[in-house]
Design a protein. Structure first.
Length: 256
């Protein structure tokens, strides 16, 4: 496919740049330290994130990223075959950072409300350095046909890892064993959708340190917890069953 420099959506046809031999062979040191290949990949991703913030997503080319990172264009395309793949890499890294931070903060905390608050607030903390950048590419990510969409096939690994965070929230809490089995199965997906609502609010939040988003999380979390706790009572079981059926048919298929 012919490459268009302004879009950088595919590997340029006929490029003479080739990845270094170290990129092909070194996939990580046995010592436990990142190998040269992993370091190069991280450098390209970091450089791309900086240029996206400085110049905007649309105005940043793969050639510019490669030049700033000090690698060949072929090497840049070896690790990320398009600019969209860089955003997928960003999603993956953000999710990894969020999962590690949330797990550390939740350790030894059995209360479901507190664990959910930690999961939400730790995302805001981890995302803070990327706030301006996120606003710049939101228009593209909001396109349902874009690979940058959090609901796209390309984003599935990061999405699945994020859902697992909320599965850990539930399973590590005192509430997990007490829930209706069907609701317990669906709840992590629904909590991830709740996070997407927080993300949307965060993108447009212009308060210092996104304080309104943090306040939004503090206000929403108790309401979510109350609804989840109410689902345990027998009087609410028919409503829970109806809600589960609705979610299974119309909501969860868009996530999985």
């Amino acid at each position: 496919m012919e490459h268009v420099e302004g879009t950088d959506e595919t590997t340029p046809a006929g490029t003479t740049d080739k990845p270094d031999a170290s990129a092909r062979l070194d996939k990580g040191g046995k010592s436990g330290r990142p190998g040269k290949s992993e370091q190069t990949r991280a450098l390209i991703l970091e450089t791309a994130m900086r240029l996206f913030r400085e110049r905007g997503y649309d105005k940043t080319t793969m050639r510019a990223i490669a030049s700033e990172a000090g690698v060949s264009v072929g090497n840049a395309y070896y690790y990320f075959d398009s600019k969209a793949a860089l955003i997928t890499g960003f999603y993956d890294r953000m999710t990894h950072e969020h999962a590690a931070e949330a797990a550390a903060r939740m350790r030894g905390v059995p209360d479901f409300a507190r664990r959910l608050d930690i999961a939400m607030s730790s995302w805001v903390d981890c995302a803070a350095p990327y706030h301006e950048f996120a606003a710049q590419f939101f228009g593209t990510a909001a396109d349902p046909d874009s690979p940058l969409s959090p609901f796209s096939d390309e984003s599935h690994p990061a999405r699945a890892a994020a859902v697992q965070i909320f599965r850990d929230v539930l399973q590590g809490s005192e509430l997990g064993p007490k829930l209706d089995a069907e609701l317990a199965e669906l709840l992590p997906d629904l909590l991830w959708l709740h996070l997407m609502g927080v993300v949307l609010y965060w993108v447009f939040d212009r308060t210092e340190d996104t304080e309104r988003t943090r306040a939004f999380v503090r206000r929403c979390t108790p309401l979510v917890v109350k609804v989840v706790r109410l689902s345990r009572y027998r009087a609410f079981r028919p409503l829970v069953r109806d809600a589960v059926g609705l979610l299974e048919d119309f909501v969860v298929p868009t996530v999985r």
